[in-house]
Design a protein around this ligand. Structure first.
Ligand code: NCD
Length: 305
């Protein structure tokens, strides 16, 4: 039985497909009594050691729609400021009967250590760990592609931007690869590309090579907080070479839909026209975050394999 959702690797292909279908059902339905009863009596505690809008709020809505109570820890005033370890904090909450923990942390090892330290009855959902994994973002991205009508077996997707420092990229690439996506191109300046291409993907050094003819183009924020300032480079130069605009997409991939996990830095990785236009799936991604996280919480609660 899978007890935690720490990485997209925790989900085999069948499980991933099952969660996409379950998320799609939640997205289609008005909440029923059965849905609202699934986590009734449970408490979900949210511990965000890094900023968040979409992920934290959508986990909270997902938990409430399944009938759970939600505790949002204010970490600026929590006992960690008095020297308590993160592990003691989660064990304290577990002693109050909290069984679900949603955690974001800059250090992936801390998330793994908390998972190991939690009592057997407890579940940890990784809401973003360092540069390594963000599995529910990958799940909501897959749900968005599915609901936009794409067939994973025929999809051509270009992901551009700061791939090397992005936990969204690493989770989403694995999910795409597990679902059999035949063409995954990754593009960005050398400092933002991994040294070697992940399995099933190719590295591209020009925007045109990364996105020409793609069905979907996903762009990412530069993760300035995860690199020395000099590596992040000059924003205007980045925008000239890698920024997505209506004109560039019209020229290179006119049929493409556009994705971005947010938060968006407008005028850097993407222009307003494209972010807000008909081709954008950005707000669909946000909407799908709630049913995707409902599916993840309900699955861990059921405890099926
Ligand atoms: C991302 C994150 O925190 O990893 N945001 C998100 O969860 N939607 C991406 C980012 O910070 O750029």
């Amino acid at each position: 039985m899978t007890r935690h959702l720490l990485a997209i690797h925790d989900l085999n292909t069948d499980r991933l497909r099952g969660l996409i279908d379950e998320g799609s059902r939640y997205a289609d339905q008005a909440p029923t009594d059965d849905t609202r009863d699934q986590l009734r009596g449970e408490t979900v505690a949210q511990l965000f050691y890094e900023p968040s809008t979409r992920t934290r709020c959508s986990f909270e809505l997902a938990a409430r729609r399944l009938g759970a109570d939600v505790l949002n820890l204010d970490l600026d005033t929590a006992s960690t400021t008095k020297g308590e370890t993160v592990i003691d904090t989660v064990r304290t909450l577990a002693a109050m009967g909290v069984r679900f923990f949603v955690m974001r942390h800059g250090d992936a090892d801390t998330v793994a250590a908390v998972a190991d330290a939690l009592p057997d009855a407890c579940h940890l959902l990784n809401a973003g760990a360092g540069t390594s994994q963000h599995p529910t973002q990958a799940l909501l991205d897959m749900l968005t592609l599915h609901r936009a009508g794409y067939n994973f077996n025929a999809l051509d997707i270009g992901i551009v931007g700061d791939i090397a420092h992005s936990r969204v990229a690493s989770s989403t690439i694995t999910a795409l690869q597990r679902l059999g996506v035949p063409r995954i191109r990754l593009g960005g300046p050398p400092a933002f590309l991994p040294d070697t291409a992940p399995e099933g993907a190719t590295l591209c050094h020009k925007l045109a090579d990364a996105v020409a003819g793609a069905d979907v183009v996903m762009t990412l924020r530069i993760q300035r907080e995860r690199m020395p300032a000099e590596l992040a480079g000059d924003v205007a130069a980045y925008h000239r070479e890698w920024g997505l605009t209506d004109a560039r997409i019209d020229e290179l991939a006119p049929a493409a839909r556009i994705m971005h996990p947010g938060p968006v830095n407008r005028g850097v990785e993407i222009d307003d026209g494209l972010a807000d236009g008909d081709r954008s799936l950005i707000l669909d991604q946000v909407s799908n975050g709630v049913p995707a996280r409902m599916a993840a919480l309900a699955w861990l609660h059921r405890g099926d394999d």
